[in-house]
Write a protein that binds this ligand. Structure first.
Ligand code: ADP
Ligand code: MG
Length: 257
């Protein structure tokens, strides 16, 4: 009966294994130093982006430093003190409250090519930006096509930037993107759709998807996803095979018949 299929981006439509695509300096620090600071921060995080940066730094034999006062900024990134300086890294939200201007246009341009920026700043200025990109799952395009044929609207929900979201959505044929969604807002988006009279099926894999999966009329987890997503969902796609999404709709129809 679902009228709309809401899908998370990272780990659901994309493989969830991003890789570093480029490093740009915006200060007198070189690439090695930027990666050293950033991988030190990311060594404390379990986000797929953190994994990408740590792997890249290891490949380049870059040493990490010692860190204190570490904290995760939900839906934004992370922060910590290295050699007495407080560094913050994450999406464009980290730019808030910075004394020196930073031209966000270059970052937005890269985002619209599918690259997610990880902006590294100190107390006053942006030091550098590391871009990561994630590959689309092979079955995603066909899956969306089949869902449309089955009469479902398909909508993508992501914590990533609008440009990156739209780039991926356009590649897989999804027409609606809701981007820069904070974890608590994923739940609100589902509730709003239900208020508008939609019957919502939601597919996701992350800890941040779990409340939305529980709220949806049908929650669908990726078998490759987090335990809490699987626990919160009514259905799990083995091995995170997004190609099974239309099969799940067909199987449900046959079961009801
Ligand atoms: P998503 O499913 O999009 O990753 P999150 O709420 O986990 O949703 O994160 C939202 C955004 O915050 C990410 O798209 C990324 O830009 C930024 N972010 C989160 N964690 C990190 C991290 N460890 N390093 C860099 N950026 C991060
Ligand atoms: Mg995800």
């Amino acid at each position: 009966k679902a009228t709309v299929m809401v899908v998370d981006k990272t780990g659901t439509i994309t493989k969830g294994k991003p890789e570093v695509t480029s490093v740009t300096s915006f200060s007198d620090l070189d690439e090695t130093e930027i990666l050293s600071i950033l991988s030190t921060l990311e060594s404390k995080s379990e986000h797929p982006i953190a994994h990408a940066i740590q792997t890249y730094a290891k490949e380049k034999d870059i040493q990490t430093k010692s860190i204190s006062d570490f904290s995760i900024i939900e839906g934004v990134g992370l922060r910590g003190s290295i050699d007495g300086v407080t560094f913050t890294a994450g999406n464009t939200r980290v730019l808030k409250g910075m004394s020196e201007d930073f031209d966000v246009a270059t970052v937005e341009q890269e985002a619209s090519k599918g690259n997610t920026p990880v902006i590294l700043r100190n107390e006053t200025q942006v030091i550098g930006v590391v871009y990561v990109a994630d590959k689309i799952k092979e079955q995603a395009i066909q899956s969306v096509e089949k869902l449309h044929l089955l009469g479902k609207k398909v909508m993508m929900l992501t914590g990533d930037m609008q440009g990156t979201g739209e780039y991926i959505a356009q590649k897989v044929g999804i027409d609606t993107v809701i981007a820069q969604v904070m974890p608590e807002d994923k739940l609100r988006v589902i509730k709003d759709l239900q208020t508008q009279g939609e019957i919502v099926a939601m597919a996701g894999d992350g800890v941040n998807d779990a409340p939305a999966l529980a709220q949806a009329n049908v929650g669908i987890a990726m078998g490759s996803g987090t335990d809490v997503a699987i626990e919160s969902a009514g259905m799990t796609l083995l091995a995170g095979d997004i190609g099974k999404l239309p099969e799940a709709v067909k199987l449900s129809r046959i079961t009801m018949q």
